[in-house]
Write a protein that binds this ligand. Structure first.
Ligand code: BDR
Ligand code: CA
Length: 312
């Protein structure tokens, strides 16, 4: 049966590919709504970009909501240096015509969890955790009704990408991440350790382009754009498709492997702010609170992605 999900996102080219993968996979995931949060770029752009992506997929009935425009306690840090000024730099994009919903994203998350059967809704955060944490603080009873949180964020062996110690999504709002990791909800984490193995090498990008569709061309141009930055930074063969790992996991969990560990979020030290301190070797007695992924079948991942995107 198709799994009900809410995608919480800050598009972002890799967020866009994740949304497309979900919208192309109705037999696996039923997207109840998309909630935008400030992250890669400010909120007015992330909510607009989410609608652009739905229109590109031809799914104009998916409701899109705008959420929090700033982290819980900090000034927003953005990532235009990676994603460009619009967040979706690369191809020329027209403004969306589908409407933004009037409801605040946090209200949508709370209402949906209150009304859907307990244990039936999975949250898929692809950006800073501000919307999710705000919902949990405002309506603590909903945490017990979430089936699972599958999120992109954090790093352990790969350490940081925005600072030497921290991954971007967690660094932007560490207090929100701390609330989520202490919520008691089952959490599956796609850290940089996994997403840095989902590299868009030249044959993959050629495969997207060869689809001969608008979606194939857009995805190729998006990956071409943010690849420049990552290739230079990491000296790698392509750019990491971080966020699609979350959706791929919901479709084909066997592509990923990891460990149940304790994960705590650094919220005090300026030096390591936003670090995901994962007890990978089990050296503390701290309670396990997350499935922390460590490896990915990259060929299987790109096979799935290409097959699904070709449907749109
Ligand atoms: C994460 O940060 C953003 O730049 C990407 O969209 C991804 O969610 C990777 O650190
Ligand atoms: Ca993202």
């Amino acid at each position: 049966m198709s799994r009900k999900i809410i995608i919480d996102t800050d598009p972002g080219q890799d967020d866009a590919v994740a949304i497309l993968l979900a919208l192309a996979s109705p037999e696996n995931v039923d997207v109840l709504g998309i909630t935008a949060v400030a992250g890669n770029v400010p909120l007015p752009l992330t909510q607009k970009n989410a609608r652009i992506v739905c229109e590109l997929a031809g799914k104009v009935n998916v409701p899109v909501f705008a959420g929090c425009d700033a982290p819980l306690k900090r000034k927003l840090v953005t990532a235009e240096h990676v994603h460009g000024k619009t967040g979706l730099d690369g191809p020329q994009l027209a403004d969306p015509t589908m409407p933004l919903q009037d409801k605040h994203a946090v209200d949508f998350i709370i209402d949906t969890l209150r009304h859907e059967p307990p244990g039936s809704v999975t949250l898929c955060p692809l950006g800073p955790l501000t919307n999710i944490a705000t919902a949990f603080v405002r309506a603590p009873e909903i945490a017990g009704r979430v089936r699972e949180i599958v999120l992109m964020g954090g790093a352990y062996f790969e350490v940081g990408n925005i600072t030497p110690a921290a991954e971007f999504n967690i660094y932007v709002d560490p207090e929100a991440a701390d609330i989520v990791f202490r919520s008691g909800v089952p959490i599956t984490v796609m850290p940089l350790d996994v997403t840095h193995k989902a590299l868009t090498t030249a044959p993959h990008v050629a495969g997207f382009r060869a689809m001969g569709t608008d979606v194939g061309r857009m995805v190729a141009e998006w990956t071409d754009f943010f690849e420049r930055f990552d290739k230079q930074k990491y000296g790698s063969a392509g750019a990491p498709l971080h966020d699609p790992c979350v959706i791929a996991y919901l479709i084909e969990p066997a592509l990923f492997s990891g460990r149940e560990v304790n994960v705590e979020i650094e919220t005090q030290s300026e030096l390591t702010m936003g670090m995901t301190v994962a007890d990978w070797w089990g050296v503390t007695a701290r309670e396990k609170n997350a499935m922390f992924m460590g490896d990915l079948d990259a060929d299987g991942f790109f096979g799935l992605l290409t097959e699904r995107l070709a449907r749109l």
